[in-house]
Write a protein that binds this ligand. Structure first.
Ligand code: BGC
Length: 924
């Protein structure tokens, strides 16, 4: 047995987190037993147990037998340190566990480092550059270390973006610091360990405009957050003799013009390597008007170069390289060019007619211009990033050698936790694509896309993708920071959640499905990680959002319906004739209003606020009643007959019990009659897949998943996609690019189908009664078109996995239940549920073949099949010769029902029977 993956605030060895709120977690893997029966956590300032800061001692642990939830003792999913911790300290910690099999183990020492205490004064001043905002400054200082050091730390923040160097070496491996946050509400500073030596040490800060000062945000006007470069840094030298020396930024620092001539998140960077880092200096200026918001310890996990991709040469003549994968980040290259040579790199996601296609970047210039200084060196940009697969090189002297280039994939730290693999190559690619789109869009903020002039934290996109994101990776820390930004912005909009957060000047009021990120994202985080502190932290944000909607409905006098606010509807759906799709926007908004109100009520109950739970629970009931009165007919149909409307109503249990069967049948009919095609947008798609699977139309859901023609997920795979597209038709069937301007090839919203793949195909879901994979529902729902599937999630107790494979009509299922969990397994074709605890299990079940398709099949398919065509020839010859309006119908059923088919009910029955028999003969 092993105790591993020790995390503080869900991060590995974080530097500089707030000492006031530290949550620890660890995993227990490889145990013989099934449950932790006792545990101990110890925190110390060194790696010994001699003088602990805090020691829980051995604590007995208990759990609920039914759900697996920990009821007593230490929950290794999330344990809040109850004692205050010292600021500016490296805190070591260690965990021990005993199990019900009598094992005992302890972890290795782990550590995290605390930042300054909240409100602790700074012994440093905000300084700025005397060179004006058009010159990118480099700030310098030299400090003297007078004797042997025990440690040296720097607490600092540079605005817009910065890189710090000690004696010419970049400090740390993070890039694009301090990232993007609501700078007007709190300024997140960083903590660095300084490897300073005795004598003089040269420290400098290279500065760029970044999100803070530069062009960023759709139509936002500058300045977004600030208009002047600003720097604050406090250096603590801790000597071995026990003394401490503190130095801070002040007018004694120097400033010179730096080699970065221009930087912009959208446009790229111009770097003149002939300009030294240390040129003619002028004294820095103390800021008269420093940034106003309080400094606070950082929240976000590090942004780093996470992977490196080698390109191939695509066209020597045009100087185009292919990195083989749509990615976000930048390119580094070995440069041997002559002094003054100007190398220009431009980026694009796709080639058209052999040229780099860049129209979909809109106004983003996405380029890197490098002016060489004659030395041989490895070059990269500093203060920008690109979304691209291809790159054009101009101004290169001599032939291009791809070996000189490297694609640096940049994203926030994400610890991978979810995997899925099938026998179907297209699905595997789809699964890989959504993970790529997550990586490309998790860059300090969950963005819509990484390439064009947006790259913004659209709240709707992450709302829809959050569950998938949390399956794929532990992104608790990342999303926690985002939700803090969201709540900050919300307070500026009187409780309304913006469409984009951080708003960065783009103050667009949130609408249904976007604003609901306030409730849905924390709820998904709780379900997937079991750490309820996020619900406590966000409860005010949830209630403020729901209250905002309630005020809208009161103002508009629409009762409990949310119908009069302008909405984005079912964004990019294919029904209707605009980007808003064809579903009544008030229906979508009211459904989401219900969803957020009920999540708020449940969250309040979980964090011990029964008063709030009651209030929002009652509101949710009223909204559901209003929904039913307005949209559900007495016989159980919806007044709005679209795939999205039925899917949402079914998924969120908005329908009265008696109406569900009817609604399921209607939904199925709508999909089949559309040609077994979906026409849903951002909002409807996920709900559609779940509503079909749960509503007895599993095979139809698989048909949508496996559809190779437009619209469908595999359509884009066949078009060569390596990330998820923004639109179902980002590339049209004729190969042309969608002409609507808003057309990214790297948007994760439709990638949320991966959560369906994990849950329905793979069979793994966390149970809300015992979140964080303590209570697990395992219910694989295979389809015969996929021969094998293996899904797994790395949990607090090791892997939770389900693998299945067909052998004839027998399905072999292997299940792994993690330590410290209870799983309820339902095998395909069986009704009973098995309760399982930690261990590996194997089953083989005979699954009777489903009835061969009858009249519900497309008539074109029936004509294309040899056996079925023979049946039609005999029983329905007119189908071969042509029934009037045949091409306006889709299924055989529609065709046989046509008056022009001239078939009697008897003949239709005979046809159906013959079809089934013929197909059964073919597939014994
Ligand atoms: C973004 C989306 C976003 C939408 C809403 C787009 O420009 O890329 O993903 O949710 O606008 O209007």
């Amino acid at each position: 047995m092993e105790l591993n993956r020790l995390r503080a605030c869900h991060m590995e060895r974080p530097m500089g987190i707030a000492p006031e709120e530290v949550t620890l977690s660890y995993a227990i893997e490889g145990a013989e037993g099934a449950w932790q029966t006792a545990a101990r956590i110890l925190l110390s300032l060194d790696e010994t147990e001699a003088a602990p800061l805090y020691d829980t001692g051995w604590v007995p642990c208990a759990h609920d037998e039914r759900t697996g939830r920990v009821t007593e003792g230490i929950d290794n999913l999330a344990w809040r340190v109850p004692a205050p911790l010292p600021p500016r300290a490296r805190v070591y910690w260690k965990a021990w566990a005993r199990t019900d099999a009598g094992e005992e183990a302890s972890s290795e020492w782990a550590w995290f480092e605390t930042a300054k205490a909240a409100g602790e004064p700074w012994q440093a001043a905000w300084i700025t550059s005397p060179l004006g905002r058009d010159v990118h400054p480099v700030f310098h200082t030299t400090f003297n270390v007078r004797g042997p050091l025990r440690a040296a730390r720097m607490y600092c923040l540079g605005l817009g973006v910065y890189e710090a160097l000690l004696d010419g070496e970049k400090l740390g491996d993070e890039v694009l610091l301090p990232g993007l946050h609501t700078y007007n509400h709190g300024l997140h500073y960083q903590t660095f360990a300084l490897d300073a030596h005795e004598g003089a040490n040269e420290l400098c800060f290279l500065m760029g405009e970044g999100w803070y000062m530069g062009r960023y945000g759709l139509t936002a006007s500058a300045p977004r957050y600030g208009d002047a470069y600003a720097l604050i840094a406090e250096i603590h030298l801790l000597y071995q003799d026990g003394t401490e020396e503190i130095l801070g930024t002040d007018e004694g620092w120097q400033v010179c013009p730096g080699p970065v001539l221009a930087d912009s998140i959208y446009d790229g960077e111009t770097f003149d390597a002939r300009i030294p880092l240390h040129g003619a200096c002028r004294p820095a200026l103390r800021m008269d008007q420093p940034p106003q918001a309080p400094l606070m310890a950082r929240l976000s996990p590090p942004i780093r170069v996470q992977e490196r991709l080698k390109p191939t040469l695509c066209s020597a003549e045009k100087g185009i390289l292919d990195f083989g994968q749509n990615m976000a980040g930048w390119v580094s290259f070995r440069c041997r060019a002559k002094a003054g040579a100007r190398i220009r790199l431009t980026f694009g996601e796709i080639l058209r007619d052999g040229e780099l296609y860049r129209q979909n970047l809109r106004t983003a210039k996405a380029e890197f211009v490098y002016i060489a200084n004659g030395g041989e060196t490895v070059v990269r940009p500093h203060f920008t990033y690109y979304g691209f697969r291809y790159m054009r090189v101009e101004g290169w002297d001599g032939p291009l050698d791809p070996a000189d280039f490297e694609g640096c994939v940049i994203h926030s730290q994400l610890e991978r936790t979810g995997w899925l693999e099938t026998s179907h190559e297209g699905l595997n690619r789809l699964f890989a694509n959504q993970w790529w789109s997550q990586k490309c869009n998790f860059l300090d903020v969950p963005t819509d896309c990484p390439q064009r002039d947006e790259r913004m934290g659209w709240t709707g996109d992450i709302q829809l993708f959050s569950q998938t994101a949390l399956f794929n990776a532990d992104c608790y820390a990342f999303l926690r920071k985002f939700l803090r930004d969201l709540w900050n912005d919300q307070q500026e909009l009187n409780g309304c959640v913006p469409c984009v957060t951080p708003m960065a000047g783009y103050r667009v009021r949130g609408v249904a499905a976007w604003g609901d990120a306030a409730a849905i994202v924390p709820w998904q985080m709780y379900l997937m990680t079991g750490d309820s502190s996020i619900l406590a932290a966000q409860l005010d944000s949830m209630t403020a959002w729901v209250d905002y909607i309630r005020r809208e409905t009161e103002r508009d006098q629409t009762g409990d319906l949310w119908t009069k606010t302008p909405q984005l509807g079912d964004w990019l759906a294919l029904d209707g004739n605009s980007v808003y799709g064809g579903t009544d926007r008030g229906l979508i908004a009211t459904a989401y209003y219900y969803r957020s109100a009920s999540i708020t009520a449940r969250s309040a109950a979980i964090v011990g606020r029964p008063d709030i739970a009651k209030r929002y629970g009652e509101l949710a009931d009223r909204i559901r009643e209003a929904f039913r009165r307005e949209y559900v007919t007495p016989t159980g149909r919806l007044a709005v007959s679209t795939q999205t409307a039925y899917a949402l109503a079914l998924e969120w249990e908005l329908l009265p019990e008696g109406a569900r069967e009817r609604a399921r049948a209607e939904l199925r009919r709508l999909v089949v009659e559309a040609g077994s095609r979906l026409n849903t947008g951002f909002v409807g798609t996920m709900a559609l897949m779940d509503a079909l699977a749960e509503g007895g139309s599993l095979e139809l859901a698989y048909t949508l998943l496996l559809r190779r023609e437009y619209p469908g997920w595999l359509y884009e795979i066949d078009q060569g996609a390596t990330t998820i597209w923004e639109r179902w038709n980002s590339i049209e069937p004729d190969g042309s690019m969608n002409r609507d301007g808003m057309n990214s090839l790297n948007h994760y919203a439709y990638g949320s189908v991966a959560s369906w793949m994990y849950r329905v195909m793979g069979g793994l879901s966390p149970m809300p009664e015992a979140p964080g994979w303590r209570g697990i529902r395992i219910a694989p729902r295979p389809d015969r078109r996929i021969r094998r599937c293996a899904a797994s999630v790395r949990t607090h107790g090791g892997p939770c996995a389900c693998r299945w494979e067909w052998e004839g009509d027998t399905l072999h299922v292997n299940v792994t239940v993690p330590f410290g969990s209870v799983a309820y397994l339902t095998l395909p074709g069986r009704t009973e549920t098995l309760r399982l605890t930690h261990g590996d299990y194997a089953y083989s079940v005979a699954v009777p073949k489903p009835a061969a398709p009858g009249l519900e099949q497309p008539w074109k398919d029936a004509l294309a099949g040899k056996e079925t065509r023979a049946v039609l020839e005999k029983h329905f010859p007119r189908a071969l010769r042509g029934v009037a309006f045949q091409y306006e119908m889709y299924t055989l059923e529609q065709l046989t029902q046509s008056p022009f088919a001239e078939l009697t009910a008897e003949q239709v029955r005979a046809l159906e029977q013959a079809l089934r028999e013929a197909q059964d003969r073919r597939n014994p």
